[in-house]
Design a protein around this ligand. Sequence first.
Ligand SMILES: Nc1nc2c(ncn2[C@@H]2O[C@H](COP(=O)(O)OP(=O)(O)OP(=O)(O)O)[C@@H](O)[C@H]2O)c(=O)[nH]1
Ligand SMILES: [K+]
Ligand SMILES: [Mg+2]
Length: 400
Amino acid sequence: MGIVERIKEIEFEMARTQKNKATEYHLGQLKAKIAKLRTQLLEPPKGSSAAGDGFEVTKFGHGRVALIGFPSVGKSTLLTLLTGTQSEAAAYEFTTLTCIPGIIHYNDAKIQLLDLPGIIEGASEGKGRGRQVIAVAKSSDVVLMVLDASKSEGHRQILTRELEAVGLRLNKKPPQIYFKRKKTGGISFNSTMQLTHVDEKLCYQILHEYKIHNAEVLFREDATVDDLIDVIEGNRKYIKCVYVYNKIDVIGIDDVDHLSRQPNSIVISCNLQLNLDRLLARMWDEMGLVRVYTKPQGQQPDFSEPVVLSTDRGGCSVEDFCNHIHRSLLRDIKYVLVWGTSAKHYPQRCGTQHILQDEDVVQIVKKKEKEEDGGRGRFKSHTTGPVRIADREKKAPLKQ
Ligand SMILES: Nc1nc2c(ncn2[C@@H]2O[C@H](COP(=O)(O)OP(=O)(O)OP(=O)(O)O)[C@@H](O)[C@H]2O)c(=O)[nH]1
Ligand SMILES: [K+]
Ligand SMILES: [Mg+2]
């Protein structure tokens, strides 16, 4: 029996089992079994290279956004509208057969938008090009789940389930469960609060299913069995998702109103170019990008090209900012001056662990260039950016 059939069989058994206190342990065990099988399903077949015939698209820009949806919901039309890159759109299904990248220029940042083939129910089990599409979704910072506003509302759940089945967790935070495998000592189970979904016995059973006999488990929230399994599996990807209802030009105003009130949703029409600015603003918010502008001493900040940082990718501290400019910069830095929302007063003198916020302005003050500098303690305050430093030093020595 194949893995997919085994999953189906267990799902059938679960559906048949009544949910109550007595079956709780059994159901938990079945959930763990399914999770294990799904992980197996994701492993590339033996002998094939992991990359296989996936959609190899090089990452570009400050973040990556993927368009996921059923066929003919308007993904390609949207890519063309937002990026100017032509992606063929047509009234028949599966017009797009591969991954088409485009670039959105927004708020001085460049965001890579990826058009993808439509996926269908069963994608997570390898139907259509589902697996490749989902792999791209996993590599993104934000998923735009494109839905046809005139079609069944159930599509949203079906697609969410498909992505969940392969370990994506949409608009969720990682469970607050500390889990560490040990070599000896058995299982220690603790919690910082009253648990209503999982008790010690259930936790033991799940761990047993994974053949884990020595571990430390600490629940820091009232998490569920599914959360525990996610933590044990350890390969879950927590990702932001905006549900984009397209084609609102063909439905009534009441339906538009209803859809716009769904969680994490936005309604648009590519044909009438309705609400696309709101979609971009929403996407920007979800990406959590932080633009930092550099200010050379005694000059206006350079507002033309920010350094773009991200909390999720690499972090937003002064240290991250410096590393972004040049690896060696951190060694030479004395402190930075910060203007903007992260500063308590203007300018605030900050160390390398200070966390920057969007649209902050930073001036870097370097350590004394040479200690044997006649002891006069002359500091140099440099503009940042390897190119700009080089340029300036060529043109004129820095004011001191
Ligand atoms: N009424 C209406 N039709 C739209 C809208 N956006 C796209 N369409 C139409 O929907 C059809 C499918 O559009 P595509 O952009 O090819 O959809 P897709 O999701 O890329 O489709 P596949 O690549 O086949 O998965 C085309 O006939 C578009 O003209 C819209 O806002 N309103
Ligand atoms: K199409
Ligand atoms: Mg398409």
